[in-house]
Ligand binder design. Sequence first.
Ligand code: NAD
Ligand code: WQD
Length: 338
Amino acid sequence: MTILVTGGAGYIGTHTVVELLQGGHEVVVLDSLVNGSREALHRVEGITGKAICFIEGDVRDRALLDELFVEHSIEAVIHFAGLKAVGESIEKPLAYYDVNVHGSLVLCQAMAAAGVHRMVFSSSATVYGEDAPVPYMETMLRGRTSNPYGSSKAMVEQMLSDLCCADKRWMVTLLRYFNPIGAHISGEIGEDPQGIPNNLMPFIAQVAVGRRRELAIFGDDYPTHDGTCVRDYLHVMDLAAGHVAALSSLQHAGVRIYNLGTGHGISVLEMVNTFERVTGQTVPFRIAPRRDGDLAAFWADAGKAERELGWRAERGLEAMLHDTWRWQEQNPRGYVPG
Ligand code: NAD
Ligand code: WQD
């Protein structure tokens, strides 16, 4: 199949493109490069020995999309393109609704006009909201989101559900990711945040490689076994494989929803300790005040994806941390050389 991967030059996108190419699919990547990199795609070509058709452009650009669908026989779309920084979304809500919601809307309109009705959409565990009991299950209703980023994901989920109700040609899978970390085993591609990392794993890796002095652990007084927050971290290559599985199952009209997580929670302190043990690096840290909006603990019920997609996370925490460190050590400044 020829797959359009929007946002394919970003963190999860590049790892998924590796899986797609290795699975025999043809790939067209559309990315504005606002948070992705051409170098990452060159490296994907190096890993796979296959060429990627790359189009630099914006997912909100309807004319560009129309042209793209004429020039390429796209059978399905994996839609990663979007903005993802929770804190920034509170400061710039319009930018988040524009790119994430309006961008998805324009993409769907262009797909409909081109007769392409299959989509895998990057959603997030954040749509379960603030009050959901753990583990999160797909049968639960979406909850009250606490920031525009989360709201934008919930809105797109709703839009895609309404679309599938109205037009039975559409086949859509919403993948609710938990916390993806890790990197391709080659160390050639990985997570390369711009500026100060918002997320735990890249922050730990940058402290270990000497780019940052110490990690601030946001709160040690949560009602968890060691007082720090608990999350369901999964390897980005497992997540990538989940997209290929979801693509193969896009055979029936309507919306399907799957959690992609391991089903296990890990605390921040466990992450730091395990990283130090696995890599032999020291990660200085201090306990800082809680970060606004953080929930104490959540993880996935990952059973539905296993039953229906035949997918489950295969790689354990040690592999996630080894692979993160290999990437960071080989690329101390990310995709910037030197
Ligand atoms: P990323 O920022 O690395 O990748 C997103 C890509 O989209 C980037 O390459 C960026 O340049 C591109 N992009 C942004 N705006 C665009 C636009 N208007 N037009 C075209 N391209 C555009 O992020 P990621 O971690 O790879 O996340 C991919 C998707 O998964 C996002 O939709 C994100 O919200 C979602 N998601 C991520 C996580 C996570 O923890 N990383 C968790 C849940 C969901
Ligand atoms: C994990 C834990 C922090 C950084 C976010 C989004 C979510 C999803 C994934 C897209 C928390 C703690 C972190 C640091 C710390 N993204 N932490 N020091 O918050 O679970 O999820 O990314 O959909 O929507 O909200 O992930 O990696 O930011 O934090 O102590 O410097 O690490 O408090 O407990 P989070 P995270």
